[in-house]
Design a protein around this ligand. Structure first.
Ligand code: GLP
Length: 241
């Protein structure tokens, strides 16, 4: 595991965008696993700038997002599909059919989850998976538990996650209580993993996840067992490393 502590959010974002751009340069038809949350917004901006400058193209790239709220249609402002359109897909030359987010509008979790895993496998697996880090160590929406969930599945969100994500909704009651998420196994099957974290409120979980014991109570800790992980954090999130 390679942990890089950068000066600030801008430089974390730039360096993380370098990793993604490097993956696309190496394999233009690569399969990227993408993440939502506030943390990757800067790196998506950096990727958009590179595409606008003609230095990068998503023409042959396929993407799979980690997760989606169950019950929110793609058009909902807080859906992760909407987030991805707004922050990346609408501004780059990616083929719309090549972008995948679990279908939050489909209540049949068996169907959503099985199809999602199948699509990832049909695409040949994920070459580079981007991850943010929840305050409780969740990755995607894999919440602390007594076991690691293997495949894409339906989760009930923890109270702390609902509270953290309520900042984006008008009222906490509007935050969906359930979500579809890639499993820890889905994530661990990616050939390479890139984690980003920023801000003082992530310092403790960065330490617990990457320097503490590997336990499903801190889902991100499992990444210590992956052979090819790059963690890029800003100075504040890296303060306890
Ligand atoms: C959400 C997402 C995660 C994300 C996490 C951290 O719960 N499901 O994929 O990593 O929040 O978000 P932020 O980057 O806003 O702290």
């Amino acid at each position: 595991m390679n942990i890089i502590v950068t000066d600030d959010y801008a430089s974390m974002s730039r360096q993380a965008a370098d990793v993604i751009a490097g993956c696309i340069a190496e394999t233009p038809s690569c399969v990227l696993g993408l993440a939502t949350g506030s943390t990757p917004i800067g790196l998506y901006r950096s990727l958009v700038e590179r595409v606008r400058a003609g230095k990068l193209s998503f023409r042959d790239v396929t993407t799979f997002n980690l997760d989606e709220y169950r019950g929110l249609p793609a058009t909902h402002e807080q859906s992760y599909r909407h987030f991805m359109q707004t922050h990346l897909f609408d501004h780059v030359d990616v083929n719309a059919d090549a972008t995948h987010v679990p279908d939050g509008a489909n209540p049949s979790h068996e169907q959503v989850c099985a199809e999602y895993e199948q699509r990832i496998s049909d695409a040949g697996g994920i070459d580079l998976q981007l991850l943010g880090l929840g305050h409780n160590g969740h990755i995607g929406f894999n919440e602390p538990d007594d076991h690691f969930a293997v495949n894409t599945h339906l989760v009930r969100l923890h109270e702390r996650t609902i509270q953290a994500n309520s900042r984006l909704f008008d009222h906490i009651d509007e935050v969906p209580r359930e979500a579809y998420t890639m499993g820890v196994g889905t994530i661990m099957r990616a050939a390479r993993i890139l984690v980003v974290a920023s801000g003082a409120d992530k310092a403790q979980i960065v330490r617990d996840a990457f320097f503490g014991p590997v336990t499903p109570q801190v889902p991100a800790s499992v990444l210590q067992l992956h052979p090819y992980v790059t963690v890029i954090v800003d100075e504040q999130a890296g303060a306890l490393c």
